[in-house]
Design a protein around this ligand. Sequence first.
Ligand SMILES: [Zn+2]
Length: 181
Amino acid sequence: MQRAPLKHCKECGTAVVYRVPDDGDTKPRAVCPACHTIHYENPLNVVGTVPYWGDQVLLCKRNIEPRYGKWTLPAGFMELNETTAEGAARETVEEAGAQFELQGLFSLLNVARVGQVHLFYRARLTSDQFAPGTETIEARLFREDEIPWDEIAFRTVKETLDCYFADRRSGHYGIHTLDIT
Ligand SMILES: [Zn+2]
């Protein structure tokens, strides 16, 4: 999910040049040689949930690249004009068609290498019936001993599931902050 470098100016379409701007900045930016627009690129938030039903967790089999056919927690890029919690809930509806009560923030994972921050909320499912959207091949519940650990799409999902089942065993759910390198 690494973003490709910007190639063309968003204002005028001219090919950009990566250089440190002359305004005291310290990092290279995509600068337009024609209209002089400086394009600032900042990390994106990925928001999702850990939906649970008793001792089981809901995973979605991806119908899209990257990681087609691998399993993930419902998650996706946050949209403008929504909160992190609203985005997490929206993705859970879109990808799994799940019915749930959104609970507290559970994990925050920095993926600095690709300029992303992933946030997962716990979500208590209120039904074990799902209606997966077009981005999902299959949505189903897994007990801890059924989780397809070798078929998990993303490191942040694997780490979040690890934390979830560890907390479940201890009976206390914390907020987990991890840096993925
Ligand atoms: Zn330009």
